[in-house]
Design a protein around this ligand. Structure first.
Ligand SMILES: [Zn+2]
Length: 273
């Protein structure tokens, strides 16, 4: 298996062209993916194949999509204060499915803590209460977006207090003891499972794409019964393949690993082969 996982940030809106707006990029990339004879599969299926729980043929010539941070721009069409009306990621997926009849699916890695999202709405968005979780149940039920964990509070530097016990924020590398990992990872899974049952959160995407040896070699592999995570994703630009590291799986990030449709085309050709 060689499955690229493409990652988009719905909050990345600083203009209305491909390079400055992940919504424009996603809409264009879906068509590019199809033109190259690739199909979109759910990220959980890629993990199933990796763990030997589904046949490799179910992810042949495919890509998976993931969205990070989980604001309203994933789900609600919104009028951006400076860039105008924006089609939500969910609407872009539905538009593409309606137009092509191709299957679409994405995984939204959401920041779980309601308090953290309320503050991030002020510090990173427009302060219009656009980071609520009202849509998670509907997204999960429709089967269009899976809701998975991007940690409790992202250990984000703009939060007054985070789960990191020494308040070393702005990185996920400092989540390096059981108490901090439990607060960032297990607590987030508990919250999601309590609200989205029967769905069980089982995938994790590292904030900032950053991890450390404690998480990949100790906490995640040895405490599965506590956190219930099946696989964790970083941001190395490579495909998920049979020998990929389960606790730091690769993902390619829009705006970081490719900036134009041509760059994505070259990246896909190199990764899928
Ligand atoms: Zn993030």
């Amino acid at each position: 298996m060689r499955v690229p996982v493409l990652t988009y940030h719905a909050n990345n809106i600083s203009g209305n062209d491909y390079a400055s707006n992940d919504h424009v990029a996603l809409a264009e990339d879906l068509r590019l993916i199809q033109r190259r004879g690739l199909r979109v599969v759910p990220l959980a299926r890629v993990v199933d194949v990796l763990l030997g729980e589904a046949p490799e043929s179910t992810v042949e010539r495919s890509v998976a999509l993931s969205f990070d941070d989980g604001s309203w721009f994933d789900w609600h069409d919104l009028d951006h204060p400076t860039c105008g009306p924006q089609r939500a990621f969910a609407g872009i997926l539905r538009d593409f499915a309606a137009e092509t009849a191709a299957p679409v699916h994405a995984t939204s890695f959401v920041i779980v803590s309601p308090d953290a999202r309320a503050t991030l709405d002020l510090t990173c968005l427009a302060g219009r209460s656009w980071w609520g979780d009202d849509w998670w149940r509907a997204a999960q039920d429709e089967g269009l977006l899976a809701i998975e964990s991007h940690s409790w509070d992202h250990n984000h530097h703009t939060l007054p207090v985070t789960a990191q016990h020494e308040q070393r924020k702005g990185t996920f590398r400092t989540i390096d003891c059981h108490a901090d990992a439990d607060a960032e990872i297990r607590q987030a899974a508990d919250w999601l499972d309590a609200r989205l049952a029967p769905h069980r959160a089982s995938l994790f995407a590292y904030p900032y794409g950053e991890t450390n040896a404690y998480l990949t070699e100790e906490y995640l592999p040895r405490h599965v019964s506590e956190h219930r995570v099946r696989a964790a994703f970083g941001t190395e630009p490579a495909p998920v393949h049979a020998a990929a590291a389960r606790w730091n799986l690769p993902r390619c990030v829009a705006g970081q690993h490719w900036r134009t449709p041509d760059e994505l085309a070259r990246l896909l050709d190199a990764l899928v082969r």
